[in-house]
Structure formats: C-alpha cells, structure tokens
Design a protein around this ligand. Structure first.
Ligand SMILES: [Zn+2]
Ligand SMILES: [Zn+2]
Length: 361
C-alpha cells in the first residue's frame, strides 16, 4: 500500500498547499494542533495528510469548477417530490441487555440507543442543508423524531464539514439541550463546534484510527473514508473527513462516512475494528457517476462495503431527505434491492428504513 498518492495528485496537493491560506482556528487549540511542530505543518504528516491539507490515500481527485459547470450544464436531475408527508414518532424505549436500537431520523442522522448510552450521528434538523436559510437543498420530509423528543444524548458524531452533515443550527441546540454530550469529529472540525457553543473539553478531534472511550462504556474510533471537505469558509480539504466505529460494550456499529468505494479501506476497517453488528452505509447522491464516483458510492458499491466490513446487518443512510444529485428519490432503494439480489443477500441483510423507523441489532 503506497504511503502517498500518485505523483500527479501529490504535485496538486503541494501546489494547493503553497497557494492556499489554510483555515484559521477559532476557539481553543485542539490537542492535535498543540502537538504539531511549530512550523507550517499543523497536523501529523500521514498517508492522508501533508501537514496542512488532507487527501485520500492511493489517489485523490479534486473536482474543479469547470467540471461542476459541465455537470450542471449536461445533467437532467430526476424530479423529486416537494414533500413526503410523515408523522414524527417518539423515540423507542431505552433498550435493555445487549440490545442496540437504531432509528433513521433522515439523511445521515441516526439515533443509536443502547443500555450504555445514546448516540446521534451527523445531526441535521434544519429545513435546508446549506450555509444560508433561504437557499440550498431543502428537506422533503420532517425529521423522523422531533428534536425536542430526543432522549438525553451522550455522544454526537460529526463525520465531516459538508452542510448536509455538519449543521451549525442543530449543533447549537444540541450543545445547550444535551449538556452531558460530547462530540467526536475528525481533525480540524473542532472550530466549527466551538463556534456552535461547544466548550473545548466537550470536543474530541481525532485523526483516522484514533479513539475515544466514554466513562459509560461507549467507544468511538474515527476511521478512513474516501471523500473531501469544503465549506464557505476555510481551505478546501483543510478539515479531515471520516467514518466512525462505535462500540457499545461488546456490540459494534460502524457509521460509514460519505465515501467513494475503495477496495482496501473497508477490509482494513474490518481487520482493525472487527466486523460490526450493524453498519450504517450511504446509498444516495451518486449520479452522474463520472462526477460522483470518487466521493459517493452507489448502491452496488454500498453492498460491497457491507460485505467488506463483514457487517451482520446494514441500514441505509444518505438518501431520501435532500436532493443533492441527479438520481430520483426512489432510485437508490430500487438499485439497492437489485444489488442485494446480485450478491445473494436477503432483504433483511441491508435495509432501508422510513423516517422514524427503527431496527433492533
Ligand atoms: Zn460530504
Ligand atoms: Zn453528504
């Protein structure tokens, strides 16, 4: 396995690092920053970081503005419904014994309940996945559980800085209403949390493979994903992205971050973290493939990720809530069913849930 991306990509990173200004940190310095050498290198140099910017191991392809324009000029996005009516549900009762209960609230937001505590992933309760309230992708269904009905949370996972995963308005409400909760997130996303009102001691910024153990027995390990990062402020790829491997005692849940398929990555996660009881796997935002395949897997690749991880059970995320790309709202569900059949998996092995629907793992 090479330690750095191919030379063309490497030159691109060095060029970007030379001309980029880098994101300014707000709030308290994270431990990773304090540990860094007092030079231009702000983060540990690794197979996914040159010291200032992050990249994908083995290969990294940045889509530039000309490609975005080409996509928008040549695409014909399938129509989505304006609104999908749902009735929000109360959260399931707290599980007992070794049970885990996962409830899909929408997009990448899952509530995970266990006797050891409660976790929420990529919490987005806002009407839009956008830096502004008046434009940007709008949700087509209400959150499956109302924010005010959430049980007390112990851990919030924020996988990366994209607006459909890192929603400042929701994070501000969580910081106030769930004072026991801490947040785990990949390197350099901490300043966004600090700006959303999270005290420094509640923010745990981790590099890939670093982990956090909560006193109540929940463990969280940030894991690789094949993706990128960007917001209205800060440098492109100046904040790390990832997945999160969660442990609830001897039970495991793997939250796959936004990711393109990578034939090594998920097998390595299985080797290092163990096969999970439940994997939460993205299935949407994948068309057109020429543009999206480096950053978002399609349902067939999602099934391959399920197999690579050795997950006993998988549930879908990253579909059905916000229209981000060209496929129809139902296309990921149909394609997932076909991919399951091709892999000789039963419908129960990799499920799609309705907003507010739960499964027990
Ligand atoms: Zn993303
Ligand atoms: Zn996303």
């Amino acid at each position: 396995m090479p330690d750095e991306p191919p030379s063309v990509s490497r030159r691109r990173f060095l060029r970007d690092a030379a001309v980029g200004s880098g994101a300014l940190l707000l709030g308290a310095a994270p431990t990773s920053l304090m540990a860094a050498a007092p030079s231009a290198l702000r983060f540990p140099v690794s197979d996914h970081c040159d010291g200032r910017r992050f990249f994908n191991p083995r290969r990294h392809i940045n889509r530039d503005w000309t490609e975005i324009i080409r996509w928008k000029l040549t695409s014909s996005p399938a129509p989505w419904p304006e609104r999908v009516p749902i009735t929000p549900v109360p959260p399931p009762p707290a599980p007992s014994g070794r049970d885990l209960v996962a409830t899909w609230i929408g997009h990448s937001t899952y509530l995970l309940q266990s006797p050891l505590g409660n976790v929420i992933t990529d919490p987005v309760f806002s009407e839009r996945a956008s830096p502004v309230g008046f434009a940007g992708p709008r949700r087509v269904h209400e959150p499956g559980i109302r924010f005010s009905d959430l049980p007390p949370l112990d851990l919030v996972v924020v996988s990366h800085d994209h607006y459909d995963h890192c929603d400042v308005a929701t994070l501000e409400r969580l910081a106030l209403d769930h004072p026991k909760a801490v947040v785990v997130t990949p390197l350099n996303n901490g300043p966004i949390l600090a700006a959303a009102g999270w005290a420094p001691q509640r923010i745990h910024e981790l590099d890939w493979w670093e982990s956090l153990a909560l006193p109540g027995g929940i463990g969280a390990q940030i894991t690789p994903a094949r993706h990128w990062s960007n917001r209205a402020t800060g440098a492109r790829n100046g904040r790390l992205w990832g997945g999160c491997n969660l442990k609830f005692g001897d039970r495991g849940v793997h939250f796959v971050g936004d990711t393109g398929y990578d034939e090594f990555m998920f097998r390595e996660i299985r080797q290092r973290c163990g096969a999970p009881d439940l994997a939460l796997v993205p299935i949407g935002a994948y068309e057109p493939r020429w543009f999206m395949s480096e950053m978002h897997c399609n349902p067939a690749e999602a099934v391959q990720i399920h197999l690579d991880l050795g997950a006993r059970l998988s549930a879908a995320k990253h579909w059905g809530t916000f229209q981000l790309t060209d496929e129809s709202r139902e296309a990921p569900v149909t394609a997932l069913a076909a991919a399951r059949t091709a892999a000789q998996l039963g419908a129960e092995a990799f499920r799609t849930l309705a907003p507010g629907e739960s499964l027990r793992a």
